[in-house]
Write a protein that binds this ligand. Structure first.
Ligand SMILES: [Zn+2]
Ligand SMILES: [Zn+2]
Length: 205
C-alpha cells in the first residue's frame, strides 16, 4: 500500500531523558514534521520511552508522522542504537556490547553502531567483529574522517548504511535521515526494514 520510500530519522535526543539535548519531545515532533519526516524515533541515552507516553505524543502529532521509541545504550565499547526493546531490564550503563547484543538477539531487536569512529579508532574497529545489523555512517555528530571510516566498515561488512541526525536541538532533527520501504507503523516494522535495507541515502541540510 505504501510504495514510496519513507524518510526516517531514527536517532533523536529529547530533554530531559537526554540531559545533553535542548529539545522537548513536542519540539522534536514539530521539527520532524517541518523537515518532512515520515517516521521519527526517539533514542534517548540509556532511557526508553514507554508505549503509553509515545501513544500520547503520537496523538498530539496527528497523522503526519509516525513516532517510535528506540534507545541509545552507552556500552564499554561505545554507543549503540537498539530498536525493538520494550523495557530496559538487563540493560545498564557501560555494559559490554556483546551482552547487549545477546539481549537484543533474544528479543529480535536491531542493533546499530552509532557514530562508531567518533570516540576512538578502537571503538569503530571493534565493530568489524560484532554481530550488528547496520552502521550509522553520517549524522550531525560525525566528522568527515569518521564518516569515511564508517562507510568502509559498512561496505566491508556488507551492512546497511544508516543516516540519522543524532539531533540534540530542534534545527538538527531530520537533517540526516534514511529512506526505508514502508509501511512503518510499529517498531517491529522498523526493525524489519533496517535488516532489509541494502543502502541508505543521505540528504544533508
Ligand atoms: Zn552517541
Ligand atoms: Zn545520540
Amino acid at each position: 500500500m505504501n510504495s514510496r520510500l519513507l524518510k526516517v530519522d531514527m536517532h533523536v535526543h529529547t530533554h530531559p531523558f537526554s540531559p545533553c539535548s535542548t529539545t522537548t519531545p513536542h519540539e522534536a515532533i514539530e521539527a520532524a514534521i517541518n523537515a518532512g519526516m515520515d517516521v521519527l524515533v526517539f533514542t534517548d541515552h540509556d532511557t526508553i520511552w514507554l508505549g503509553q507516553e509515545i501513544d500520547e505524543l503520537q496523538q498530539w502529532a496527528g497523522g503526519q508522522l509516525r513516532l517510535l521509541a528506540g534507545i541509545e545504550v552507552s556500552c564499554l565499547e561505545g554507543h549503540f542504537l537498539v530498536y525493538g526493546l520494550d523495557k530496559v531490564d538487563g540493560l545498564r550503563y557501560n555494559m559490554p556490547v556483546k551482552e547487549l547484543i545477546g539481549i537484543a538477539r533474544r528479543r529480535e531487536a536491531a542493533v546499530i553502531a552509532a557514530h562508531p569512529f567518533r570516540f576512538s579508532m578502537e571503538c569503530g574497529n571493534n565493530c568489524y567483529q560484532l554481530d550488528i545489523d547496520a552502521v550509522e555512517v553520517d549524522s550531525s555528530n560525525t566528522s568527515q574522517t569518521a564518516q569515511a571510516l564508517a562507510v568502509k566498515l559498512a561496505t566491508q561488512r556488507n551492512l546497511p548504511r544508516i543516516y540519522a541526525s543524532d539531533a540534540h536541538c530542534p534545527r538538527d532533527v531530520g537533517s540526516y535521515h534514511t529512506l526505508l520501504s514502508g509501511p512503518i507503523d510499529t517498531i517491529a516494522d522498523l526493525v524489519r526494514e533496517i535488516k532489509n535495507a541494502k543502502r541508505g541515502y543521505v540528504i544533508p541540510k
